[in-house]
Design a protein around this ligand. Sequence first.
Ligand SMILES: Nc1ncnc2c1ncn2[C@@H]1O[C@H](COP(=O)(O)OP(=O)(O)O)[C@@H](O)[C@H]1O
Ligand SMILES: [Mg+2]
Length: 388
Amino acid sequence: MAKNKPEGYLSAKESRRISKSNRKITNAMEKKRKRKNVPESEYLTQMHDSKNAVEFDNLHTYFFTDAGVVKSVDGVTFEVPIGKTVGVVGESGCGKSVTSLSLMQLLQRPQGQVVEGEIRLNLGDKAYDVTKMPNSELQKLRGNFMSMIFQEPMTSLNPVFRIGNQVDEVISLHDGEGKTKEDIKKRTIELLEMVGIANSDGVYKMYPHELSGGMRQRVMIAMALACNPRIIIADEPTTALDVTIQAQVLDLLKNLKDKINSSIMFITHDLGVIAEMADYVVVMYAGRIVEKGTADDIFHHPAHPYTIGLMASKPVVGKQVDKLYSIPGKVPNPINMPNYCYFKDRCEMCVNGCDGDYPCEVSISETHKVSCYRYNEENKAKTEGGEA
Ligand SMILES: Nc1ncnc2c1ncn2[C@@H]1O[C@H](COP(=O)(O)OP(=O)(O)O)[C@@H](O)[C@H]1O
Ligand SMILES: [Mg+2]
C-alpha cells in the first residue's frame, strides 16, 4: 500500500510535522504584526515614481497549509498609475485575488502571509508600505483610501439589514465626522442614484434579497465609492452576473471612472472585459507575471505564449471556427512548482533555453515586458522571423 501512494499523498505524521513547522513561522509573523505602538518609521517608504498610486514590488504571498506551502503570489512587480485602470488577467487560481487581498491586507490569517516584498501606497505627501503596517493604521485606509468590490454581492451584503442602513454605516464609519443622520442619508441616496438605481428612495428601505444580482452589485459599487477612495479594486465584479447585466455594470464602471478620477485595479479572467476598461494590462500565470504592457501592447502584440493562447481561446464575433482553441494541460501544483518556466509543460512554442531556470523579464519596448525565452537575444531573431 505504502509503495503506490498517489502523487501528493501525505501521511498523518508528515502533515502534523508540516503544520507544526508552519505554526512556528506564522506565529512569529503574527506576533510582529500584533505589536502595539509601532513607530511610523517602520512602514514609511518612498514611491519609486510619484505618479503611481500603488507599486507592487517583488510581492511574495504564501499560504502555510497543512499540505505544504502554497506560493500563491511569487514575485509580482507592477504599478497602478494615478487615475488609470490596470487590468489583471489570468485563469482561475493564478493569484489575482491574493494579490489584491495583499494590498487590502485582508488575507486569511494566520495561514496567509506576505513573506517578502513591498506594496507601496501613495498617500500624496508620503508613502506607506502596507505589508508592514499595523492593523489599527490599516483600518484608517480601508474604505476611505482604498476599497474593494467583490465578485459575489450577496455574500458581501448583510442579509438582515436594509440597503440604506448598510451604505449609511460605511459613510458614518469612514467619513462621518460632523455629519448628521440626514446628511448621511442624503449622501447614500446620491450614491445610489450615481450608480444608476432609479428608485433610490425605495431601494434605501429594501433588504438585499429583494434586489436582483445586478442591483446588488450596483449597491456594492456605491459602497465602494462612498468615501471617494483613491484606489478601487474590482475583483471579478461582473463574473456572477448574467451577460446583459454584465455589460450594464461595465458601462457603469467605465462612466464612473471618468467622474471619480480614482485608480482602478480591475481583476478578471475574461480578456473581453479588460479590453473595454483597462489602460494597462498585467497577465498572471501561476502566481507570477508573465507579461505586462499597455492595453494596446497586450491586445495587438501579445508576446507570451500564454497570452497568445488566451487570445486564441476568446470567441470573436463574426469569426467562424469549428472548435474554440483551448490551452492544453493544466496549471502546475502550487505546492510543488518546477524550477523552469511554469508554462513550459503547456507551451507549444518552446525554443532553446526553455529547460533553463525561470526566464527573466525582457523588455520588448518601454512599456511592454515579457518573461519568456523566445525574447532572449539569441532567440529573438528566430521568433521575429518565424512569426507570420
Ligand atoms: N485561504 C487560502 N488557503 C490556501 N490556499 C489559498 C487560499 N486562498 C487562495 N489560495 C490558493 O492561492 C492560489 C491563488 O488563488 P486566487 O488568488 O484566489 O486565484 P484567482 O486568480 O482565481 O483569484 C490558488 O492556488 C489557491 O488555491
Ligand atoms: Mg479570484
